[in-house]
Design a protein around this ligand. Structure first.
Ligand code: F6P
Length: 543
């Protein structure tokens, strides 16, 4: 390990012996220094277990690992996804300045803009009712069929910005191969007024194709002929041939490109359901917000670059302070799908064990990202953060104003958000507990017995991210912040954050196993546990 890494290890040992409260008590300016603004987001990282010398050390580590050079390579179309020999250009999808972004000698912006124009024309004709179903009715319901990156981001944004949904279109998501997912949606839909968006970059994903085929069968039970499919099925993919083979007219296909990673694709035509649900104007505002954050990331260095700082703190927490997870707590129901989306962004990107050069990494990589809505989580799993034995960094996220003012709820929501990160940092000492119990009139024997149960050690690190209101721009900036933060950590670890070879193994085994489900085929090739499970399934199976 380099001298910078070793120095940070020494600092980590020192810092874990100190309580973060000391830093606030001895430094009245701490929160002002360890906070900042980016693209309309207010970000406070002063409750992390860092000091200025740690931040300086982490910035030196970033320099040593060439993080900002890699950032520039990404923005300049270099093939930084080495294991797939691809560029990583989701930033081009939201490049609202239209600055040329050159990939292999060619500016990609004209293609990006052409797809946006195609989306706009299509969205307007659906929303205005000009686009008619086979029986002459306007479309009222859009069903996105896709999984992973072809589902999570779009679903997350539709929920987050649901208060803008004023275009008379409802949106539904089918992702799971479990039959009830599709069945429960079809049971409430009318084929005459439903549009299916089959979203699959590869157009080869088992779950998506199985669900899309079933949707087509369901549709054809009422439609007069296959010609009607044109009016009710569109596709988003890189693969024209597979789309055509499936029976979708290539005129109704919105292309994406191999330089858009699945988990970074909501900004492409994969986001079509967002535009259909909220309007193309709102979709573009989402892109604007992400672009503003991209520019912040592209043009700033050092402490002025907040995704850089947050990504480095993620490395600090994982590799130097020994934490295993990152908890994401959005306050506000509309951000309910944020942890699921970020799980894919962070864990599929940085869940790697070899560096880009094929050598094993010499530290831990991605944290396990988990989370859930505040305040609900406060009454459930937050207990483990308050009094468990693990160091669990967390992110608290909220809009300040609500689109749905009711009573005093928003004030209470924000009070809870601020109070929780404060409680996790401050904790409550034995002396404080004893003093409180005495004030409550407890006798000394009870105090001695109960006080240890009421002590909270504090010192749990957190970031807080606030923005004025849940606008398309704010959501765009928030999501781009996480994407770049993940990029930064991946660059420090020198891994390929843009491939996902691991998921292939599970896909391959599922395909191999499928013929054995419920059948009496000889299954001796499998391990004992697999054979036992196949036997259990066989006993209860009805085709
Ligand atoms: O299985 C993981 C994955 O490859 C993701 O990376 C991707 O977002 C998802 O599957 C869906 O893939 P596709 O869009 O090709 O159907």
């Amino acid at each position: 390990m380099s001298p910078i890494w070793q120095l940070l290890e020494v600092k980590a040992t020192e810092h874990m012996r100190r309580h973060p409260n000391d830093w606030f008590q001895t430094d009245g300016n701490r929160a002002n220094r360890l906070s900042g603004h980016a693209a309309g987001l207010s970000i406070d990282y002063s409750k992390q277990r860092v000091t200025d010398d740690v931040i300086d050390g982490l910035l030196a580590l970033a320099e040593e690992r060439g993080v900002l050079e890699l950032r520039d390579d990404m923005f300049n179309g270099v093939h930084i996804n080495g294991s797939e020999d691809r560029a990583v250009l989701h930033v081009a999808l939201r490049n609202r300045s239209n600055r040329p972004i050159v990939l292999d000698g060619q500016d990609v912006m004209p293609e990006v803009n052409a797809v946006l124009d195609h989306m706009e024309t299509f969205v307007e004709s659906v929303q205005s009712g000009q686009w008619k179903g086979y029986a002459g009715d306007p479309i009222t319901d859009v069903v996105n069929i896709g999984v992973g990156g072809s589902d999570l981001g779009t679903r997350m944004v539709c929920r987050a910005l649901g208060s803008y949904a004023d275009r008379g279109i409802r949106v539904h998501f089918v992702s799971n191969i479990a039959p009830s997912d599709l069945a429960s949606k079809l049971s409430i839909l009318d084929p005459k007024t439903t549009l299916f968006v089959v979203a699959s970059k590869s157009f080869g994903t088992q779950e998506t194709l199985a669900n899309a085929r079933s949707a087509r069968r369901w549709f054809l039970e009422s439609a007069p002929d296959e010609e009607a499919i044109k009016k009710h099925f569109v596709a988003v993919s890189t693969h024209t041939e597979r789309v055509r083979e499936f029976g979708i007219d290539p005129d109704n296909m919105f292309p994406i490109w191999d330089w858009v990673g699945g988990r970074y694709s909501l900004w492409s035509a994969i986001g079509l359901p967002i535009a259909l649900y909220l309007g193309m104007d709102r979709f573009k505002r989402l892109l604007d917000g992400a672009h503003a954050l991209d520019e912040h990331f592209r043009l700033n260095t050092g402490r002025d670059n907040l995704p850089l700082i947050l990504g480095l703190i993620d490395v600090w927490n994982a590799d130097f302070l020994g934490s295993d997870s990152l908890a994401v707590f959005p306050y506000g129901t509309r951000l309910g799908f944020l942890p699921a989306h970020l799980q894919q962004v962070m864990m599929e990107s940085n869940g790697k064990r070899v560096r880009i050069d094929g050598q094993p990494v010499d530290s831990h990589t991605s944290a396990v990202l988990w989370g859930g809505l505040g305040t609900n989580g406060q009454h459930a799993f937050y207990q483990l953060l308050h009094q468990g034995t693990r160091l669990i960094p967390s992110d608290f996220i909220s809009a300040i104003r609500t689109h749905s003012p009711i009573g005093t709820q928003q004030r209470q929501l924000l009070a809870n958000l601020v109070a929780q990160s404060r409680a996790l940092m401050l904790g409550r000492t034995q002396e404080e507990v004893e003093a409180q119990m005495r004030a409550e009139g407890a006798d000394e024997a009870t105090i001695e017995r109960i006080a240890p149960h009421r002590v909270c050690p504090g010192g749990q690190p957190s970031n807080t991210i606030l923005f004025p209101q849940m606008t398309p721009e704010a959501v765009g900036a928030l999501l781009a912040l996480y994407e770049h933060r993940v990029f930064v950590a991946g660059a420090v670890w020198q891994i390929d954050s843009f491939d996902q070879w691991g998921v292939e193994l599970g896909k391959q085994m599922a395909n191999e196993l499928e013929p054995f489900i419920g059948s009496h085929q000889e299954d001796g090739v499998f391990d004992g546990s697999t054979r036992w499970l196949l036997d259990e399934i066989r006993q209860h199976w009805t085709p």
